[in-house]
Design a protein around this ligand. Structure first.
Ligand code: NAP
Length: 535
């Protein structure tokens, strides 16, 4: 747990001289909140039509540190992945801004940790209310910067806001323990205290919810945060900052330092190795997670890691085909296949295989509509960038070259360079890339199997384990398979499993820790044992 005394007694002077470029001006009592003007036309020139008419207060381009909107020496462009249109230029923070943000968060922690749980709860609730009041604008920001269909973006905003609501409730339910030891003159107490400053690094695929799932828990526990959002999607993180400020969340509790991909490595290292940071919370790829784990190891910090997956989707002979197809559509094609819990491999038992593949292909053709996320009826938006399209294309070509059959789709979509056709492959075998690499796109490869043991062996033959799904009407099989799948979350006859009330997280190289649920707040709390003697 971080110690505020350390900063006050010796750290402040040391930090002041170490970071001469710091734009913050700490005063006694903390940093001065200054809402600052909304960005001018020059910064926002080129906003796509989808953002026209949006509240300027929510379209922020500066970093948000210590309650102030601060420009950086450089900016980076953010683009609409559907049209390629420039959405705006955003502050490109570097190491000095990152350290300044950590310092602001640390100073705020010293007072935030003393705020009563009831007051923290009430402020989180206000933040939640403001998200709901601004849900349409927030959803449009998500669609503009990530390409996600507007209906799904609305869904994300509710999911995101519900984390603030949930943790506003959990804030008041942090309890300790009293333990009776063998010594009659002693009592043992267990206190739960906030960890300190959390460095929060998030991906582009849920630009809002991946932040609140962490920040809701951290702020409820009494921690403060420095958020580094993904280069592709900084606007959602900055809009959350504006609403946090409007809600009365004190300056320095929620800080956002956007940066370009070019700066991500050094900014990430700066916040993850800073001695004033006690906790790293990351959502993203397993590759990046391992880099951050090295940072954590060197400075011995607490970690939460929500990393990649390779979800199996198993259909047993006893399954209801219609139910399985509905689940397959939902679990595979949400966010155009770009979620960590998206099914990556379909394992279908021989007896039901042909009926499932036929019905799945028909359902895909009927229900999946590729288009700009702002257009009515679009269910499949663009992928985040052309590199993502290249990966899907590579997986399809590799599978076909090794004997897979294209049932539907299979190529880039004529709408633009970031679009790919929803694709179904059959005759897939385990030597194909798509069965052991996360595709993160609209590709559903089907492997045929004969026995339950074989399905379990294929499903578990990977070093990651986030989500897994299976369809069966056999109660004994349901128990067996649910217990044997090496994943953190299982959908039984269900393709959509995320909910703020339930623990989200993976096993093996899919991560460490759980988010959401009654367990999520523990990630931001330390246990302190107090031995009370002389009784
Ligand atoms: P990523 O490349 O790991 O990026 C995630 C975040 O880390 C971004 O903010 C990125 O910044 C930053 N970053 C990249 N390299 C860094 C470094 N060396 N040091 C510090 N920060 C660094 O992941 P992604 O491709 O954006 O997201 C997709 C991955 O996330 C998939 O594997 C998916 O399964 C996983 N994911 C997991 C969950 C979960 O809950 N388990 C949820 C969503 C996504 P830039 O944007 O500037 O590169």
């Amino acid at each position: 747990m971080a110690t505020c005394f350390w900063l006050r007694s010796c750290g402040a002077r040391r930090l002041g001289s170490t970071f001469p470029g710091c734009r913050l001006h700490p005063r006694a009592g903390g940093l001065v909140p200054a809402p600052g003007p909304a960005p001018g036309p020059a910064q926002l020139r080129g906003y796509a039509g989808g953002l026209a008419g949006l509240s300027a207060a929510l379209l922020r381009t500066d970093s948000f540190v210590g309650g102030r909107w601060l420009p950086a020496a450089a900016t980076f462009p953010v683009q609409d992945p559907a049209s390629g249109a420039a959405l705006g230029m955003v502050a490109d923070c570097g190491v000095s801004e990152a350290r300044a943000a950590v310092r602001a968060a640390y100073e705020a922690f010293c007072s935030w940790r003393e705020v009563s749980a009831k007051e923290r709860s009430s402020l989180l609730r206000k933040w939640y209310n403001l998200m709901i009041q601004n849900k349409d604008d927030l959803a449009r920001i998500i669609t503009a910067e990530s390409g996600k269909p507007l209906k799904e973006a609305h869904g994300e905003i509710f999911y995101s806001a519900f984390f603030l609501e949930w943790f506003s409730e959990e804030a008041r339910r942090v309890y300790g323990d009293i333990i009776y030891t063998p010594a009659k003159d002693k009592r043992a107490l267990v206190l739960k205290q906030p960890v300190g400053v959390a460095a929060v690094i998030t991906p582009w695929n849920f630009p809002s919810a991946m932040i609140t799932r962490k920040v809701g828990a951290a702020v409820a526990a009494g921690c403060t945060v420095v958020v580094k959002p993904a280069e592709d999607t900084p606007f959602s993180a900055l809009a959350l900052a504006e609403l946090a400020s409007q809600a009365g969340i004190p300056p320095g509790v929620y800080n956002v330092i956007p940066c370009s991909r070019k700066n991500a490595k050094e900014v990430g290292e700066a916040i993850c190795t800073d001695p004033l940071v006690s906790k790293i919370s990351f959502t993203g790829s397993t590759t990046t997670g391992k880099i951050l784990l090295h940072h954590a190891a060197n400075s011995v910090k607490r970690v939460s890691m929500e990393l990649g997956g390779l979800a199996p989707f198993i259909v047993f002979d006893s399954a209801n085909v219609d139910q399985a197809v509905a689940g397959a559509l939902a679990s595979k094609f949400r966010n155009t296949g770009q979620t960590c819990v998206c099914s990556n491999r379909f394992l279908v038992q021989r007896g039901i295989h042909d009926a499932f593949v036929k019905a799945f292909a028909e359902a895909m053709k009927k229900n999946l509509h590729v288009g700009n996320g702002f257009e009515e009826g679009t269910t499949q938006g663009p992928l985040i960038n052309e590199k993502a399209v290249e990966k899907v294309e590579k997986h399809v070509n590799d599978a076909v070259s090794k004997g897979a059959t294209i049932v539907t789709g299979g190529k880039r979509h004529h709408l633009g360079k970031n679009f790919f056709e929803p694709t179904l492959l059959s005759n897939v075998t385990q030597d194909m890339l798509c069965t052991h690499e996360e595709t993160f796109g609209p590709l559903a490869p089907v492997i045929k199997f004969d026995t339950e043991e074989e399905a379990i062996a294929i499903a578990n033959a990977t070093d990651v384990g986030l989500a897994g799904y299976f369809y069966s009407q056999d109660p004994a099989q349901i128990w067996r398979v649910a217990e044997q799948l090496e994943v953190g979350m299982v959908g039984v006859n269900e393709g959509l499993i995320s909910s703020v009330e339930c623990p989200f997280g993976g096993v093996k190289q899919s991560g460490l820790g759980r988010e959401g649920s009654k367990y999520g707040i523990d990630e931001y709390l330390e246990l302190k044992y107090v031995c009370y003697g002389g009784l």
